[in-house]
Design a protein around this ligand. Sequence first.
Ligand code: GLN
Length: 197
Amino acid sequence: MPQSLPRPHIGVLAIQGDYEAHAIALTEAGATASLVKTPAELASIDALVLPGGESTTMLKFLERNGLFEALEAFASNHPAFGTCAGSILLAREVRNPSQRSLALLDITVERNAYGRQIDSAIITADTTLPGGPLEMVFIRAPRIIAAGPAVEILANRDGFPVLVRQGRLMAATFHPELSVDRRVHQLFVDLVRAHIA
Ligand code: GLN
């Protein structure tokens, strides 16, 4: 990466889940990463990653600590990237069971939608990103069962979208932070750079 590219400041929601791996991935992809646990910490960042973990647990914490409304406001005009449980938090509608969400990304997700035997899997699949097939780590992943017209589908698994983008918002139902390939984080860092330029 040429030295002249700006390093955007990207926060990682650090309530629960694998936020440390995201901070490392973002740093490797050319951003400065910091952990976000309070509404005040949103003031100094350009964009936010909502990591994987357990969306119900995260939601309870968000609701108790004034973070739900703060995230809603932040992600309504800043870039945000949700992975796995994070994609559930960003989704317009959540099923199995139904659950409150930030409802910013026009997708419907079904939680824990892969059967027991294949609920966690590592696959390699094509995406619209340059550089060939991408490794994707799925851990009790949700399935995107519907996507609105403004949602761009960047990769599928078994005919269902697994990596999507809607303007400044991105979601992956897998865990790109757990693979060594940095193309997905790079895409988000580039999106953030374009947003703040
Ligand atoms: N199964 C979790 C949920 O529904 C998501 C799993 C993950 O983030 N790896 O919230």
